[in-house]
Write a protein that binds this ligand. Structure first.
Ligand code: SAM
Ligand code: DTB
Ligand code: SF4
Length: 364
């Protein structure tokens, strides 16, 4: 019987986070060994299938159209381009491809049909397929599942309270509803967040309450360190210290023992020793490839050298859950409903988001 708890309180999580480091590490590493092979790390490759020009105002994101950043925008990639990239990722040792689109939400139509075809194509390469496309309805999640999607990434990013200081164009409840829609299908849930956005430790604990009290808990939880990109409202945030990352990973491991904890954005600022401590603390997944979505990531060869030094092995695909079957478009049970879902738009004022937007305008 699973001993995983779904009733963690903020006070309990804060007490774990703030333990003396050696105790925290020992406890997290012990939990890790109970549920996972400590020498296996899952490797995912990110692929930005539609870059930039996003209508949202997420204060951390270089892809939001309203801020002036140096990224190069791109329309939706072709299925052939995606297939070529997936094959490259496979040959470099990745078991999963995670396709990201700078969309607020999925819209039924030819572009979504094209994404479904990408999912079918990658699943047929015997790789785990993940998508992160913004908010989805239940029908859209079912269509992704039918195409052979293994995981859907949709981050809560931070606590419900601090979320209001980061994004004004959508609400926390939309994020939770999307996760719930994915949960109604056979697709696994990937949801985590970012540290280093100016939030308090209480907000980090608040996010872990929100994630750990989901039942079932997400199958994977990415922990990102903010990549502070020039032109975004968070450009001046000081980088998180490695100790904060280690504490966050360890706490996540303790409250979500079965989940795959992903050491995500921010690894270019971490030493090998720092990353090793994160693996010891329970991280058992990374994003590999020289690029995340739009920002740099360590070189694949460097990562493979690090794995060798630490005696880590990349995880094979479909170890945790069976490979889903792919239903061809012509045999689909779920037709496009042409839905126009009303996701919320709180539109409250966030000063630093407004300032970054005004600065971008003044540069035009
Ligand atoms: N547009 C979709 C959405 O927001 O759900 C999917 C793509 S979005 C880029 C996926 C996630 O990337 C965000 O939820 C956020 O957690 C992470 N992210 C974006 N910009 C980041 C940054 N500068 N540093 C760290 N993580 C970031
Ligand atoms: C996640 O939690 N981190 C990834 C993935 N899920 C989609 C994205 C990180 C993006 C970092 C900023 C960028 O490269 O644009
Ligand atoms: Fe758009 Fe996603 Fe970036 Fe927010 S995080 S601006 S929704 S791409």
């Amino acid at each position: 019987m699973s001993t995983t708890r779904h009733n963690w309180t903020k006070a309990e999580i804060l007490a774990i986070y703030n333990k003396p480091l050696m105790e925290l590490l020992y406890e997290a590493a012990s939990v890790h060994r109970q549920f996972h092979d400590p020498n296996t790390v899952q490797v995912s490759t990110l692929l930005s299938i539609k870059t930039g020009g996003c209508p949202e105002d997420c204060g951390y994101c270089p892809q939001a159209a309203r801020y002036h950043t140096d990224i190069e925008g791109n329309d939706l990639m072709s299925v052939q381009q995606v297939k070529a990239q997936a094959l490259r990722a496979k040959s470099s040792g990745s078991s999963r491809v995670c396709m990201g689109a700078a969309w607020r939400n999925v819209k039924d139509g030819p572009e979504f049909d094209q994404v479904l075809e990408m999912v079918r194509t990658i699943n047929k390469l015997d790789m785990e397929v993940c998508c992160t496309l913004g908010m989805v309805t239940e029908n859209q999640a079912q269509r992704l599942a039918e195409a052979g999607l293994y995981a859907y990434n949709h981050n809560l990013d931070t606590s419900e309270e601090y979320y209001k200081e980061v994004i004004s164009t959508r609400g926390y409840e939309d994020r939770l509803e999307t996760i719930d829609n994915v949960r109604k299908t056979n697709v696994t849930v990937c949801s985590g967040g970012i540290i280093g956005m100016g939030e308090k430790v209480e907000d980090r604990a608040g996010m872990l309450v929100a994630l750990s009290t989901l039942n079932p808990q997400p199958e994977s939880v990415p922990i990102n360190a903010l990549v502070a990109v020039d032109g975004t409202p968070m450009e001046e945030e000081t980088p998180v210290e490695i100790w904060e990352m280690i504490r966050m990973v360890a706490t996540t491991r303790i409250v979500m023992p079965e989940t795959q904890v992903r050491l995500s954005a921010g690894r270019t600022n971490m030493t090998r020793e720092g990353q090793a401590m994160c693996f010891f603390a329970g991280a058992n997944s990374i994003f590999a490839g020289d690029k995340l979505l739009t920002t740099p990531n360590p070189d694949v060869n460097e990562d493979m050298e690090m794995f060798k030094t630490l005696g880590l092995n990349p995880q094979k695909p479909f170890i945790k859950k069976m490979q889903p079957e792919t239903v061809e478009a012509a045999d689909s049970q779920f037709e496009s409903l042409g839905e126009k879902p009303r996701w919320t738009r709180p539109e409250h004022k966030i000063d630093r988001n407004e300032e970054a937007k005004a600065q971008a305008k003044s540069r035009l």
